[in-house]
Design a protein around this ligand. Structure first.
Ligand SMILES: [Zn+2]
Length: 135
């Protein structure tokens, strides 16, 4: 496991149990994954980790900002995301690609700031781009 992930789990005050390590390692590999993908990945390493344990770990990882959560507009499925920093997504069929574009985020942030939304500060901005290819 890379140190960054290890640090994030420790910083959240969570003990690095073998189960948590397995979930995090599977996420490092898959980057974006449905709960089913994660269960399959974790149980292929260790059959003894139960589904409810995996759900509990995913919950605690999301609360601790170790994982984020995205929705695929085409498949209607939800995915856990190893990247928690602000980033955008390109959806190409079933696949999900991270799309880092700080300029786009800044553009939207400045635009929205002029709109005087009922908030003190604009939080995370996430753009979802669905790619359509003509066949
Ligand atoms: Zn992502």
């Amino acid at each position: 496991m890379n140190n960054d992930g290890l640090q994030r789990i420790k910083a959240a005050g969570l003990k690095l149990t073998p189960q948590r390590r397995a979930v995090y390692e599977v996420m490092m590999q898959l980057r974006h994954a449905t709960v089913e993908d994660i269960i399959e990945g974790v149980q292929s390493r260790n059959k003894e980790v139960t589904v409810s344990t995996i759900y509990r770990i995913l919950d605690s990882f999301c609360s601790a900002n170790i994982l984020s959560f995205i929705y695929h507009p085409d498949t209607g499925k939800c995915y856990f995301d190893i990247t928690v920093a602000e980033h955008h997504h390109l959806f190409d069929g079933q696949s999900i690609e991270d799309y880092a574009d700080p300029e786009l985020s800044q553009l939207i942030r400045e635009y929205l700031e002029r709109k005087h939304l009922p908030t003190d500060e604009i939080g995370k901005i996430q753009v979802q781009v669905t790619l359509k290819k003509n066949v």
